[in-house]
Design a protein around this ligand. Structure first.
Ligand SMILES: [Zn+2]
Length: 64
């Protein structure tokens, strides 16, 4: 895997104004028919409950 800095876009993936984050993302949250969300630890929990298209049970990948 190539090492690149991925930034967290907040619990809505940047789709809602003023909810962005900018911290380095540690998790990738898979969504149904939408691009995956890249999330920092703080926003992983909120995104599970707030983001559109989240699978249940959630499918989460660790970004190395
Ligand atoms: Zn964040």
């Amino acid at each position: 895997m190539t090492r690149r800095e991925v930034r967290c876009l907040g619990p809505y993936g940047g789709e809602v104004e003023d909810t962005g984050c900018g911290e380095p993302a540690r998790f990738e949250l898979v969504r149904h028919r939408r691009p995956p969300l890249h999330l920092c630890p703080v926003h992983l929990g909120p995104a599970l409950l707030l983001a559109d298209g989240v699978l249940w049970p959630p499918e989460i990948r660790l970004i190395a």
